[in-house]
Design a binder for this molecule. Structure first.
Ligand code: GLY
Ligand code: MN
Ligand code: MN
Length: 455
């Protein structure tokens, strides 16, 4: 077994019995078959439009540290994963040609040092013609017009007249990942279920007095994954660390004073990512903190309820700022009108990031800044970090992740501004920040929140 995350039958997680696992697998098999059939049709259409006889998708390979024989951890490129779900299969190639069975060139060399890769014993593999290969070089291509997509050096394909990562083609392949199939939604839902087990364990470890590193271990143990399987580096932030948006360390020293914990942590299931954030007040939190957490949670739910086809994500991002202004005023951190708090940039100083992003085989999935026609949709001037500027459509899966942070680097620009209650801000100084993040499937019948709410 390799690369598809823990097999349910081998690693039953506590909330499901073996029968339920088997049911999940069978229905996934059916949905995955439909996913692959639809993908073949869509790729054929794109390839014909680009007057190509085929595209060779390269899975990629891990980078070697300079002057060393050790490699960085590795994740396959998204288009390869879109077909196979294989997140860690290096040196593989996938040849897609209209009307022909896709060929998977699977790198599994005989090796005395490593266990050779194997494909999972699952029905989807039969969809492909599989050739096991010893070499890392590309497979020979038949005569015709081909493009190669992936992290390919020109020298790798110098013997052929092929285009490498042509702009128009990659843009069109990216567009095929914007609307998720029923199979992809099922995988994202499962990734969320598993990640939530980790969040519950992280909260319990925090309330028991654990340091950041032990909270991370609790998360990994509950989700039964190793660190290199995570879709992104977990953010496990105690106290002021929560105000560092992508805090990257895990302190080994327990904190005597525990004001807050922010955990932004996920799970990758068959390639598909969960991206969930929760924030917990600690035993030493200032009394202002818990109501703020509740306020951000309530705002997040309001924003989720507004998710529907046709809604502009930029408008929703602006609604987040209006809601944050109301909350900051209600909690007496800011004393001006909501309109003035937004217009003067105060809400951006408390929340500099965007409302959310597309989610899929990449945690920040592709094509968030393109319209249906593939045209660029740049973020507005006031929201440079907004990763999604499209109008929502049924089938998209997005994150909704409002937050409020105490980031001195940003708030210092407003020192002296009497519209901010600096004493109140000071009382929250070592609490870092609050973010509440769920993953939502946009449907014609209302938002389908993939993130379980039983914490
Ligand atoms: N985990 C990164 C993000 O929320 O976008
Ligand atoms: Mn996110
Ligand atoms: Mn996140």
């Amino acid at each position: 077994m390799h690369d598809l995350g823990p097999r349910p039958s081998r690693h039953p997680l506590p909330h499901r019995n073996a029968h339920a696992w088997r049911g999940l697998e069978v229905s996934l098999d059916v949905l995955q078959h439909e996913h692959l059939v639809a993908l073949e049709e869509r790729y054929s259409h794109v390839l014909v439009n680009h007057q190509l006889d085929g595209v060779l998708l390269y899975s990629g390979h891990p980078a070697r540290h300079f002057g060393d024989d050790q490699h960085a951890s590795f994740v396959t490129q998204g288009h390869f994963m879109h077909w196979t779900g294989l997140a860690h299969a290096a040196h593989c190639w996938l040849l897609i040609r209209p009307g022909l069975r896709p060929t998977l060139y699977f790198h599994a060399p005989d090796d005395i040092w490593h266990l050779p890769n194997t494909l999972p014993d699952e029905p989807w593999v039969n969809h492909f013609h599989v050739e096991r290969r010893q070499e890392v070089t590309p497979p020979a291509l038949p005569p015709g017009r081909f493009a190669v997509v992936g992290d390919v050096a020109p020298t790798m394909t110098a013997q052929w007249d092929v285009k490498i990562n042509p702009d128009g083609l990659t843009r069109d392949l990216d567009a095929l990942r914007v609307h998720k199939s029923a199979y992809e939604v099922a995988c994202l839902r499962e990734a969320n279920q598993r990640a939530m087990l980790g969040h519950q364990a992280a909260r319990d470890a925090f309330l028991g007095g654990a340091c950041e590193l032990d909270i991370q271990f609790a998360y990994l143990a509950a989700t039964r994954q190793r660190e290199t399987s995570l879709p992104y580096g977990n953010i496990i932030a105690l106290n002021a660390h929560g105000g560092v948006l992508h805090y990257q360390h895990q302190a080994i020293r327990p904190e005597a004073i525990r004001r807050s914990l922010l955990v932004d942590a996920g799970y990758r299931y068959r390639g598909y990512c969960a991206d969930i954030t929760r924030t917990w007040p600690g035993p030493h939190a200032n009394q202002r903190f818990a109501p703020l957490v509740e306020g951000v949670t309530a705002l997040q739910r309001t924003l989720i309820a507004a998710l529907a086809p046709g809604v502009s994500f930029i408008d929703l991002h602006e609604r987040m700022h209006a809601g944050l202004a109301d909350l900051l005023i209600e909690q007496r951190l800011v004393r001006t009108s909501a309109e003035a708090a937004v217009a003067s940039g105060i809400t951006r100083a408390f929340c500099p990031h965007g409302l959310g992003h597309l989610l899929g085989v990449q945690v920040h999935d592709v094509a968030g800044h393109r319209d249906e026609g593939g045209n660029l949709l740049s973020p507005p001037v006031g929201a440079p970090f907004l990763r999604l500027t499209r109008e929502l459509q049924a089938g998209m899966v997005v994150t909704i992740e409002p937050g409020i942070y105490i980031i001195p680097m940003l708030l210092d620009a407003y020192r002296g501004n009497r519209e901010i209650d600096w004493d109140a801000v000071g009382s929250l100084a070592d609490h870092g920040g609050i973010r509440i993040e769920d993953n939502i499937h946009v449907t014609l019948h209302g938002p389908d929140n993939l993130t379980p709410r039983h914490e």
